[in-house]
Design a binder for this molecule. Structure first.
Ligand code: AHR
Length: 482
């Protein structure tokens, strides 16, 4: 098939917030225990963190990592997870039916982030937790006063405040599965009161309010409107979560999943704008797409392991090449909507629905979805330009006129251009012409194509302001112009 992409400065979307290249680590399954933390592992450092895992996290060049949940958050008592390890209580984790030994807590996670050079995005429990617990945590993490929790942090080994800037007010509080879930009115009220206390302690923090857990919630949209009625002035972002499935093995429909993601962004984004007018807001509220990924293999193919163990091996999703393309297109959608989406966390990072897998006591390795995430994070920093794509289209179960090519374009901070393109066509190459008239005089071009676990890089022909190349059927590609 023949196709073209035109890149024009008339279509600048916005500067991309680096935080769209973030991830998420929850106390869920083997994410923490035998994931990031395994003191007996041959590569463990003096804190018990696996260095082989850190070596795989670093190339992702993440901006932030969200922690500690997720559904786990809504039953988490953060005070259990600080101080001498031998005094920390083991607890029942009612979110994932496992034992939480509390050997990794706030200090350990924040030290892990320091070691990685990644910023933390912390969350406060608004399920069983109180506004006072949340305020205490802000004091513990960021406090500078000669008061109990700030001093306790110093006694626990971190004299300087951690200065964590980004905080989530609970997690998926509309979900019936959530520990102490809430109605929109109840959540809006507690989010508002908690936010007040947290910001009185540290006025520099930014807050994320829970949006709907997913689009199939009966209150989708109404939830956001009600929550923002209560706490628009307190928060900076509303969260969106979405996981995509291919239960029917219907690849054309699955490959179009990012249409749903963009619809969510448009819809919830418009609610935020409307709320600003209604609340006479003095600032904008943007979107934090802080959970997204493909997630269905495990639930359809595996029997859950026994309950009430530490690091219950659940949701260890095994990804395939089509999942990799879908993850690539989801990332494209986030880049294209950089004017509204300021934070996004692919969920999760280690073992649980993750690009990195570990064997207890053994090796750590990456899965196919690692590559599009890594390339986007490394070559997608700069300004998002909406590409004008002219390509044949197809109809699928959920959508009509889906373009066979899905693309996002970034004018990078160093002046180079990154064009991310997924060819959704299962049968045909795309004979692509890329026109970048008016952007810059690029002379060098290469096309990186992910094939399974490998990346093949080839030079491409540039003639004047155009490049020609061929994109394989069902392929993820990055065209780099410099
Ligand atoms: O990421 C896995 C789970 O999915 C999270 O705990 C929850 O927030 C979501 O439902």
């Amino acid at each position: 098939m023949k196709a073209s992409i035109r890149v024009s400065k008339d279509n600048i979307v916005s500067k991309i917030d680096d935080r769209i290249y973030s991830s998420f680590v929850e106390h869920m399954g083997r994410a923490i225990y035998t994931g990031i933390y395994e003191p007996d592992h041959p590569t463990a450092d003096e804190f018990g963190f696996r260095k082989d895992v850190m070596d795989l996290v670093r190339p992702l060049n993440l901006s932030h990592i969200r922690y500690p949940g997720g559904n786990f958050l809504s039953g988490y008592r953060w005070k259990d997870g600080i101080g001498p390890k031998e005094e920390r209580p083991a607890r029942l984790d009612l979110a994932w039916f496992q034992i939480e030994p509390n050997l990794v807590g706030t200090d350990e996670f924040l030290r892990w982030c320091e070691r990685l050079g990644v910023e933390p995005m912390l969350a406060v429990n608004l399920g069983t937790g109180t506004p006072q617990d949340a305020a205490d945590l802000v004091e513990y993490v960021n406090g500078t006063t000669p008061t109990y929790y700030a001093q306790l942090r110093a006694r626990n080994g971190h004299k300087e405040p951690y200065n964590v800037k980004l905080w989530c007010l609970g997690n998926e509080m509309d979900g019936p599965w959530q520990i102490c879930g809430k109605t929109a009115e109840e959540y809006g009220r507690i989010a508002h009161e908690t936010a007040k206390m947290m910001k009185w302690i540290d006025p520099d923090i930014e807050l994320v309010a829970c949006g709907s857990s997913n689009t199939s919630m009966k209150t989708y949209g109404e939830w956001e409107k009600t929550v923002l009625k209560h706490c628009y002035q307190d928060v900076n972002y509303v969260s969106l979560h979405s996981y995509y499935r291919n239960d029917d093995h219907d690849n054309p429909t699955f490959l179009a999943s990012n249409i749903d993601m963009e619809n969510m962004i448009q819809y919830i984004g418009s609610i935020c704008k409307q709320a600003k007018l209604e609340q006479k807001g003095d600032h904008d509220v943007y979107l934090s797409f802080d959970e997204w990924n493909v997630w269905y293999h495990y639930s359809t193919e595996q029997t859950p392991p026994e309950k009430w163990v530490v690091g219950r091996a659940i949701d260890q999703e095994d990804y395939d090449d089509v999942d990799t393309l879908v993850v690539g297109t989801l990332m494209n959608a986030l880049i294209r909507n950089a004017d509204m989406v300021k934070i996004s966390c692919f969920a999760q990072l280690i073992n649980v629905i993750a690009p990195i897998t570990t064997e207890p006591g053994g090796r750590a390795y990456v899965r196919t979805i690692y590559k599009p995430l890594m390339y986007a994070s490394n070559f997608g920093r700069g300004t998002s330009i909406k590409p004008i794509v002219d390509a044949p289209t197809y109809d699928c179960k959920l959508y009509k006129d889906v373009s066979f090519l899905d693309s996002a374009v970034v004018l990078c901070d160093d002046g180079s251009l990154s064009v991310f393109v997924v060819n959704r066509n299962e049968n045909e190459d795309a004979e692509l012409t890329l026109d970048f008239t008016g952007i810059s005089e690029y002379k060098n071009a290469e096309v990186m194509t992910i094939r399974g676990m490998d990346t093949v890089t080839e030079k491409a022909d540039v003639s004047g302001n155009c490049l020609s190349t061929k994109l394989l059927p069902l392929s993820w590609n990055l065209i780099r112009l410099s």
